[in-house]
Design a protein around this ligand. Sequence first.
Ligand SMILES: Cc1ncc(COP(=O)(O)O)c(C=O)c1O
Length: 397
Amino acid sequence: MNASMPSIPIARPALGDQEAAALRRVIQSGWVTQGPEVAAFENEFANFVGAAHACAVSNCTTALHLALKAVGVVAGDEVITVSHSFIATANAIRYCDALPVFVDIEADGYNIDPNLIEAAITPRTKAILCVHQLGMPCDLRAIVEIGKRHSIPVIEDAACASGSEILWDGQWEKIGKPHGDIACFSFHPRKVITTGDGGMLTTSSPEYDRKFRLWRQHGMSVTDTTRHGSKQVIFEDYDELGYNYRMTDLQAAIGREQLRRLPGLVRERRQLAEAYREHLSSLDLTLPIEPSWARSNWQSFCVGLPLQMDQRTVMQMLLDQGISTRRGIMNIHLEKAYCSQGSHRVATRLTRSVSAQERTIILPLFSRMTDIELSRVAEALRQNFAAAMTDAPLLLS
Ligand SMILES: Cc1ncc(COP(=O)(O)O)c(C=O)c1O
């Protein structure tokens, strides 16, 4: 790498003066958790996605845990999902002592193949946990219909999908509306909007929302704001096991600023994704497909490599030029934490999931990425294309 050339990260949070001012406001207010900023962020997020309820939590993993608990997943139950996801998707199922049941992804994308779901259903199936992977909406219409047909709740792992949209009955609607029973979001710094860490649950069910609020705060019968504002002494009760899954007001204040910026951030990312398409169209890469009924927030731009190209080699070549990439989305069933019997069930062949992990790379894409930076990534790929090829097609492990 040319020493004068700045490196290009895989992602960069879009945080600025507004977020800093919001933090100052909270610090000066003296109320730093489960207070007015959290309530305001919840209202604004609910309005943004068009959901009746939104409940803020500490991250998306805790959101998934509460969602699964709310729909009644308990020990011994099965939850259908993908192995091709961040490990938290399946971990949340295991927190309920339930079994993740893995099905493969579709042939032309990185989301669950709805055609494989029904064959994986057993009498023990308690939920379908679909993922809007990399911000690209999965085929929710088909999945929700399967859920309805079998009376199985659908939970959306929308960790990556703040600002993504889906065409629903002729209207573009935000992911999180929710079209399934509950949607769970992440505000980790790799996502389009961030609160450092953070999560949100959206639902149309007041009962689910009530449970989320109870469980996120140790199962405490009275909220902090109620107790604080009461003219009478109140003693709280703890009737069921709860957790500390709270979001702080510091995080929520940042989240409110981020949410205001979200439409602009998504517009900017769409332009970057388009620019990648133009720059990369002449290379033998499989570019991501956006179905006609989906609008990605372009959290990530994932490209498929030709069969002869070695993934690690090309990633290293780019890193040597100061360009960070990531391998395709992991496969949970291949990790040691999932090697024991009873940790999961594989319901279909997972060939496409494994192939996507081994044969794709994620390119840098972030707010305020310049034309020069994007061209540098494309040019580095072009220059190293031939050198990263092996003679024989690589076999999948
Ligand atoms: C698909 C998916 N699900 C769940 C999570 C977990 O989110 P968090 O880190 O907010 O717990 C992530 C985070 O990267 C994710 O990508």
